[in-house]
Design a protein around this ligand. Structure first.
Ligand code: ADP
Length: 173
């Protein structure tokens, strides 16, 4: 799928609601392999998001500002179409646990099978972040728990501004 002549641009897609230290670890590692990495916020998730697409992208821009070669963007529609539009040649995904594998493996096959198919590179989660997900961060925060080990400072500030009651209200709507 990847030809030697393809540009060295990879796309790391996700909801990033919010970006966690686990995502950031994958971004740092992928950016070390690929000279250009596009971190792409999915704008049409089936689940109701906590943060707006703009908030999620702005936070990503802030926390990735010092990582060379990283660009933050948003997309909707088919991932393979977006990857081609960005002239990228690879999708990057992080794998945490066995249950991630089932879903991500079938998505990778699908994205390769579709016209204009694109291959996926999986990076295993680092041990210290393997238990972190955006949904668990939202859950712990809404119950009044400490999330400072799980997210970058900028995210912590934004979550505190929204407040846990704001978050609970938003989720119960
Ligand atoms: P989440 O599953 O946390 O809501 P996303 O939908 O934003 O996150 O996930 C985007 C990608 O990042 C997926 O490939 C997912 O497996 C990966 N990812 C999420 N959290 C981590 C983590 N803690 N370590 C490694 N990869 C992760």
């Amino acid at each position: 799928m990847i030809r030697r002549s393809d540009p060295m641009i990879a796309v790391y897609p996700g909801s990033f609601d919010p970006v966690t230290n686990g995502h950031l670890d994958i971004i740092r590692r992928a950016a070390a392999y690929y000279p250009r990495l596009v971190v792409a916020v999915v704008t049409n998730p089936s689940k109701k998001p906590l943060l707006s697409v703009k908030q999620r992208a702005d936070l990503l821009r802030e926390v990735c500002a010092t990582i060379a070669g990283v660009e933050v963007d948003c997309f909707d529609g088919l991932l393979v179409d977006y990857v081609r539009k960005k002239k990228a040649s690879l999708i990057v995904k992080g794998l945490r646990i066995v249950s991630d594998f089932e879903y991500e493996f079938s998505m990778a096959l699908l994205n390769r099978h579709l016209p204009g198919g694109v291959d996926t590179m999986f990076l295993p989660a680092s041990l210290e972040y393997a238990h972190i997900s955006s949904s668990s961060v939202r859950e712990v925060f809404s119950l009044g728990g400490d999330i400072s080990d799980f997210v970058p400072q900028a995210v912590l500030r934004t979550m505190k501004r929204i407040g846990r009651h704001g978050l609970t209200r938003k989720r119960s709507r």
